[in-house]
Design a protein around this ligand. Structure first.
Ligand SMILES: Cc1cc2nc3c(=O)[nH]c(=O)nc-3n(C[C@H](O)[C@H](O)[C@H](O)COP(=O)(O)O)c2cc1C
Length: 350
């Protein structure tokens, strides 16, 4: 394979999703058929990247997308972990020509897959498969209402949490329709008036506190971003792992599964929005770790974890790796784009 073809495959694989479009990796081309992916994570500034798990899932989604992309060139791609340091894992991907290999049926959907954060139709779903994991759907009106109420309370935790404020401030590119490395304002899912207000309020934590305390500042965004979308969808999809993920490799595998579920949904004409924060708060709560200095928020996260377990009919030990809502809609008018592959290249080791 020539370097331009390899870079083309990497650029295509970059369309894999990552939390807040952080794209936590760089590339090192070792040989025409071999590339190293240097993983990173955002746990030092992002409350939601609990122990780097969300970033590890993004690495898995990237590796699976690269594997699918390679089939378009008649190549099989195999990845291995050459350094399993959870802070800076290194993955090596080797490409091999394979006579008669047909391209993966999910290949045409790599670039079409996109988050839809706005309301979607409630038309019932065809099946949404998950490889090696079980999928539980919450489709009925009462299940979606239960989920809407759960997400309403979850959003209160997010929006009033001082430790989450720097993250929210960082990840939105205001007044933008496209964003290479963040979420553009128009893909967030609020109307333009609310967006202007959010931009002004979020510039200072004191303003956020004042708005939340005296002016019901969490209500408009919670209605638009959480409650209505939770009802306006075909179903919420919960991906459960058969056994609890323990290390880096298991979380990378969860990312492979996440990307397969999302691409399969795209292939079926469905859009999806991850709803990861209730699971992330549950990860904290069930491991007994505090994410906030405010006791009420940690207690709220524990209560939310119990509510998810009651809704799903499983216990505290059940491993949950992904939650999202799916449905049909028109394509979103705004989306995150990606960094240029050249900007993610590290010097070749020689
Ligand atoms: C592990 C993971 C967690 C995510 N969590 C959320 C989430 O809680 N809410 C949300 O709206 N999007 C979430 N996303 C979607 C990303 O924000 C999105 O993939 C990224 O901004 C790129 O946009 P695109 O998928 O439309 O290309 C998540 C993605 C990943 C991989």
């Amino acid at each position: 394979m020539t370097p331009p073809v390899l870079k083309k495959l990497l650029q295509l694989a970059l369309w894999a999703p990552s939390g807040d479009n952080t794209q936590p990796f760089t590339f090192e081309i070792l040989a025409p058929d071999r590339v190293r992916i240097h993983g990173a994570d955002t746990r030092d500034w992002c409350l939601y990247d609990y122990k780097g798990h969300a970033s590890h899932m993004a690495h898995g989604a990237l590796l699976e997308t690269l594997r699918i992309a390679a089939t378009g060139e008649g190549l099989e791609a195999h990845w291995s972990l050459v350094d399993d340091n959870e802070l800076h894992p290194i993955y090596e991907v080797v490409f091999e020509p394979c006579a008669g290999l047909s391209s993966d049926p999910l290949l045409p959907f790599i670039e079409k897959r996109v988050v839809q954060r706005r309301p979607m139709k409630t038309t019932p779903l065809p099946s949404a498969p998950g490889e090696g994991y079980s999928v539980q759907l919450f489709e009925s009106w009462s299940e979606r209402l239960h989920m809407a109420n759960l997400l309403w309370r979850n959003a209160y935790l997010r929006l009033t949490c001082p430790e989450a404020y720097p993250v929210h401030k960082e990840i939105i590119e205001w007044r933008a329709r496209y964003s290479q490395d963040r979420i553009p304002e128009q893909a967030v899912g609020v109307d333009p008036v609310t967006a202007r207000l959010m931009e002004w309020v979020m510039a200072k934590w004191e303003r956020v506190q004042f708005f939340n305390r005296f002016l019901g500042g969490t209500i408009a965004p919670r209605i638009q971003l959480d409650w209505i979308p939770a009802l306006a969808c075909a179903a919420h999809v919960l991906v459960k792992a058969d056994k609890p993920p323990v290390g880096l490799r298991d979380h990378v595998q969860a990312g492979v599964a996440l990307q397969r579920v999302w691409l399969t949904a795209t292939a079926q004409g469905l859009y999806l929005q991850p709803e990861m924060t209730p699971l992330i708060f549950r990860w904290y709560a069930r491991s007994g770790e505090r994410f906030s200095a405010q006791d009420a928020l940690n207690t709220g996260a524990s209560a939310l974890a119990g509510d998810i377990e009651r809704l799903g009919g499983f216990g505290q030990d059940q491993a949950l790796v992904f939650l999202g809502r799916v449905g049909r809609s028109r394509p979103p008018h705004s989306r995150s784009t990606r960094k240029d592959v050249e900007s993610l290249m590290v010097r070749t080791s020689g």
